[in-house]
Design a protein around this ligand. Sequence first.
Ligand SMILES: Cc1ncc(COP(=O)(O)O)c(C=O)c1O
Ligand SMILES: N[C@H](C=O)CCC(=O)O
Length: 426
Amino acid sequence: MSKSHDLFIAAQKHIPGGVNSPVRAFKSVGGDPVFFKAAKGAYLTDEDDKQYIDYVGSWGPAILGHAHPEVIQAVQERAVDGLSFGAPTKIETTMADLVCDLIPSIDMVRMVSSGTEATMTAIRLARGYTGRDKIVKFEGCYHGHSDSLLVKAGSGALTLGVPSSPGVPKALAESTLTLTHNDADEVRKVFSEIGDQIACIIVEPVAGNMNCIPPEEGFLQTLREVCDEHGSVLIFDEVMCGFRVHLQGAQGYYGITPDLTTYGKVIGGGMPVGAFGGKKEIMSHIAPLGPVYQAGTLSGNPLAMAAGLKTLELISASGFFEDLSAKTAKLCAGLQQAADDAGIAFTTNQVGGMFGYFFSEEKNISRFAQVAQGDMERFKKFYHGMLNEGVYLAPSAFEAGFVSLAHSEEDIQATIDAAARVMKTL
Ligand SMILES: Cc1ncc(COP(=O)(O)O)c(C=O)c1O
Ligand SMILES: N[C@H](C=O)CCC(=O)O
């Protein structure tokens, strides 16, 4: 019995399921979730003092590794001047200026406190701007837990088998059209029939909530084209892939320009943050400039801005994304080799510092249906084998993995060596 076990029992008394977000509960891999007490660089330390090489990175934000000294210093220095004002601060403008400088598609940006708030508001803005109610999303993509978006969603909703959650009003769910991800023909067909009723398309341009699924050739371009043809708003949900696959996110990586973009995770450097931004013409509809309402007591929180700004500064260093991508590629190649040597059907996906792995006979995984058909029993065995070896991976086959600046060549090699041992036991 471990301290994590005892803590999990205790947590369940007053916290539903013992966790404050469902993906943490180990429901799909079984066993008790690990309770952590510290995180530094590429490592997590659990309550029993066991150390793990971490590939979850707080689900993406820890791109520099945990508790990067310069980020911690920025937050500490900021904290002594006050934790929250509920009034304008200079650092919010510094953040807005930086985001607009870095991302050519963004003329104006609004900071919020989570990715969910960012996507929820982007949808409201698109509806308010176009005067239309219907929205298009894709099965397996996750955009946070607001009502309109919790329909055939990915991430924990998928892991727990409730992709369309009870509690979402039927009328709202009916306004959400869920199409097959990476199926450009289906998108064209739907738009040719009812394109003039569709306020927006929201997509994870690199999906990370049904494992890691890059866009098929031409898919994002098709989304851009149908939105242009029908006056709909194209929203890239870059909460996960923004500042992660490339400094300009997926839009920079693939060269497709959305109308609105949502952010979270990396932009907050580990603090609770989200953001949405885009064309001035659309953003001008947000209150108090325009009539579409959005607000937040803690929005633009100075500590979160300090952590985010320092993180964005450090990832802007020349060669940062090339190094991160090379490291991630090395990890994926090593995992593949380990599986091949053990005769296990296996494949990986990777975009920049984001990766996924699949226990599947198929080599090119680009559709949600292929992910769902993966060998979940083997995934579970692998997961627990790696956990035992001191490697912390996402506890679900429907989540992406993340590599950070702090992962050394030795960490990557140690992970590959561990995988080689575990693969032989599957
Ligand atoms: C692509 C994407 N959009 C939105 C969200 C929601 O963000 P948050 O969990 O900060 O509300 C997440 C993660 O949870 C995400 O990965
Ligand atoms: N997949 C989710 C976000 O990216 C995981 C985070 C959560 O919902 O707790």
